[in-house]
Design a protein around this ligand. Structure first.
Ligand code: NAP
Length: 248
């Protein structure tokens, strides 16, 4: 049976690339985003895939509940389905500031999006996840190595990894695999687009990476696609870094 995947933040960056990669692998896509992700849905449908869009702000509990209802209605209408097989908690925000410049509201916004969002979205969708469903939480290589001014962001991703391991244990009896993917520096809008647009930043980070370049969105999307495949059925509670070997 054709599987259904929900990807948060699928309007751009890694989420968009993941939505396209999963669709290429014949997975039906629920493209969730704050703006409704219609462009990515149109692109998937134009290339022969199947997708619907859902509006979702992961930092807002009311939006999570509204999205839950919309997802259920959408997959029933479009595919006569009632369950989700893959959940990719991708939406995230960076906070790059030295200690003296960190404001409480920025800390809260970072954790609301990067930690609270994935937790409560997973909770909301739990009754609607199929037996053997896959959950992928998008972490960061910064949970392993340190760079200046990344304390709050790194802590949020480390927290997400802790949730990943705990939920893997909790949801294991239903056959649900929960893993995290930890990308290294990747060329998207993230951090003001620095990894994509700044030659100096790209050169600096490439020099810190075994494979000698920063990542492309497809490097990460294809890894997520592999992680939710049958071949990775025996992995749960894992953190898999896809960083080209940054700061080994
Ligand atoms: N790029 C990297 O170097 C890198 C490295 C390691 C980890 N990551 C992680 O990878 C994930 C994707 O990052 P990216 O590189 O694709 O960054 P990006 O291009 O900045 O995209 C971030 C995505 O997250 C969405 N988002 C942010 N807050 C949201 C919220 N409250 N509700 C719903 N969606 C929200 C954005 O939606 P809007 O368009 O509405 O803002 C956008 O779709 C993040 O979790 C990030 O921490 C990225």
């Amino acid at each position: 049976m054709t599987r259904i995947a929900l990807i948060t933040g699928s309007n751009r960056g890694l989420g968009r690339a993941t939505a396209l990669a999963l669709a290429r692998n014949q997975i039906r896509v629920v493209a969730a985003s704050r703006d409704g992700a219609h462009d990515v849905v149109e692109e998937i449908v134009a290339s022969g895939g199947e997708a619907i869009a859902v509006r979702l702000d992961v930092a807002d509990l009311t939006s999570i509940e509204a999205a839950r209802v919309a997802v259920l209605a959408g997959i029933e209408k479009e595919w006569s389905a009632s369950t989700i097989d893959v959940l990719v908690n991708n939406a995230g925000v960076g906070l790059f500031a030295p200690l003296g410049d960190i404001a409480a509201e920025d800390f809260d916004a970072t954790f609301s999006t990067n930690v609270r969002g994935p937790l409560f979205l997973t909770q909301a969708l739990l009754p609607h996840l199929s037996e053997g469903a896959r959950i992928v939480n998008v972490s960061s290589s910064l949970s392993r190595h340190s760079s200046p001014a990344t304390s709050v962001y790194a802590a949020s991703k480390k927290a997400l990894e802790a949730l990943t391991r705990s939920l893997a244990l909790e949801l294991g009896p239903r056959g649900i695999r929960v893993n995290s993917i930890a990308p290294g520096p990747t060329a998207t809008d993230f951090n003001g687009g620095a990894m994509r647009d700044s030659d100096a930043m790209r050169e600096f980070l490439s020099g810190q990476t075994a494979l000698g370049r920063v990542g492309d969105p497809d490097d990460i999307a294809d890894a997520i696609s592999a992680l939710v495949s049958h071949e990775f059925r025996w992995a749960s509670g894992e953190r898999i870094e896809v960083s080209g070997g940054v700061l080994m």
